[in-house]
Design a binder for this molecule. Structure first.
Ligand code: EPU
Length: 421
């Protein structure tokens, strides 16, 4: 078992370069099944979720090349085995995107139910509702989802989602790209990675309009034929480094970002007392004095992201005054890390969807365990800001989503190392 050992207390100084967006990459790679031709995808983060997807694709007969770091060339022309390997599918959440890509390309799909971070129930009923509307007969068991064409065949449809689900929006956009006619997704998610997926598919030859708004229109095309695409920078990775500086103090230029995507995060950190300076593709954060209390409510984009809830909670834990943090996407997310933060000296009371965080002067090193990806990132931040030594266990969760975390943090002067027991 590997763990991170962090000696806290140093401020963070220097530059850090943000990698490609995990949640865009994990949709774009399965979507490449639709493309009959070579697609070159750049700025692909080297994280374990991506490595699993590449293994699944290779096992299905997709030609996978990695000519240089962070570049993947996929050719799905000759998919010989359109059934993603169950043991790999169950290792991660985003493998549900194979449902959309296989339905779109072959008109049928058989995909095991995904695994991944289990911080909430995470149903996929909206994905299924959409596949049914697209004409699929769906068999859903506790182990898999299997789809075949229904009586009227697979066809375009107008789908109104009950909630703006990122996964359902992306899955249905992928499925509909090759379905003749016009499909509409209403109450669609608007996250940056939804727009990125649409841009990728359009670069490959799809006709998708309105991504980033409530309604996405997809005019099905006969074929996607390939091209070159670069994935956007990771909003949440950038937010995590910003929160780390806010918690530990220092002065860092976070490079290769789209500042607009970070406004929901930087505006809160500024309100708490950090100095934020935006450039064209970078954001500088400086934090010297103590942070001040604030109120945060997580919401779908452009609101404050649920994937930054745990990281901002660490900032609140060290701020002066009493902060309030309300989760409106995944209610049970607090349970992944609040108890661990309390063992480091934080004062947090949870009541339903809201955590009341009474700021303390210091956190103290302890042995803590990551229960999911973002919870793990928050514990790393807490370790950096704490006095003494922190051991973060279960780091495979963190490695699913943060490229070169140790190298990037040590580059900023942090004292962190990965230890294999
Ligand atoms: N929901 C349903 N039914 C569905 C789909 C969603 O009830 O069919 C509910 C969920 O339970 C949740 C809300 O709708 O309460 C939003 O879920 P969404 O579908 O948007 O989430 P997701 O697609 O499962 C993605 C990210 C998550 C991120 C959420 C919210 C990927 C692979 N995952 O999950 O990222 O938290 O959107 O932004 O894109 C992470 O990166 O650490 C992570 C967990």
């Amino acid at each position: 078992m590997a763990r991170y050992e962090i000696v806290g207390g140093s401020t963070l100084e220097g530059n850090v370069t943000i990698s490609g967006a995990k949640n865009a990459a994990v949709a774009i790679l399965p979507a490449a099944i639709l493309v009959e031709g070579k697609c070159r995808i750049e700025n692909v983060p080297d994280i374990s979720d991506v490595r699993i997807l590449l293994d699944i694709l290779a096992d299905m007969g997709v030609q996978v090349e990695q000519p240089e770091p962070n570049v993947v060339i996929l050719d799905s022309t000759t998919v010989s085995n359109p059934r993603p390997r169950g043991d790999l599918v169950r290792k991660m959440r985003a493998s549900y995107y194979f449902m959309g890509s296989l339905l779109g390309r072959f008109g049928k799909a058989h995909v095991d139910l995904p695994g991944g971070c289990n911080f909430a129930a995470r149903p996929i009923d909206q994905h299924i509702k959409g596949f049914l509307a697209l004409g699929a007969d769906v068999e859903e068991t506790e182990e898999y989802v299997s789809m075949t064409p229904g009586e009227e065949g697979i066809h375009a449809a107008r789908i109104s989602l009950d909630m703006a689900s990122v996964g359902a929006t992306a899955n249905l956009m992928i499925a509909a790209a090759l379905i003749p006619g016009q499909t509409f997704i209403e109450n669609a998610a608007k996250e940056p990675h939804i727009v990125d997926l649409a841009n990728f598919l359009n670069t490959m030859g799809a006709h998708i309009y309105g991504a980033g708004t409530d309604t996405i229109k997809i005019r099905g095309v006969e074929k996607l034929t390939g091209g070159t695409y670069a994935i956007i920078p990771d909003q949440i990775e950038a937010g995590t480094y910003l929160a780390a500086v806010a918690a530990a103090g220092g002065n860092v230029l976070v490079q290769n970002v789209i500042p607009k995507h970070l406004e929901c995060i930087t505006s809160k950190l500024a309100e708490m007392g950090a100095k934020i300076t935006e450039y064209d593709d970078a954001v500088r954060i400086q934090r010297t004095g103590r942070m001040r209390r604030t109120t945060v409510k997580t919401r779908p984009y452009p609101g404050f992201p649920t994937d930054m809830q745990a990281q901002v909670c660490v900032c609140m834990a060290l701020a002066s005054g009493v902060s309030r943090l309300t989760e409106s996407v995944y209610e049970t997310r607090f349970f992944g890390y609040c108890t661990e933060l309390e063992s480091m000296g934080a004062n947090i009371q949870i009541s339903g969807k809201t955590a009341t965080v009474v700021g303390v002067e210091n956190l103290y090193g302890a042995t803590v365990s990551a229960h999911d990806l973002r919870a793990g990132a928050a514990l790393v931040i807490a370790g950096l800001a704490a006095q003494g030594t922190t051991q973060v266990e279960n780091i495979h969760f963190v490695e699913r989503g943060y490229e070169n975390l140790i190298e990037k943090l040590t580059g900023l002067g942090a004292n962190i190392r990965r230890v294999e027991d």
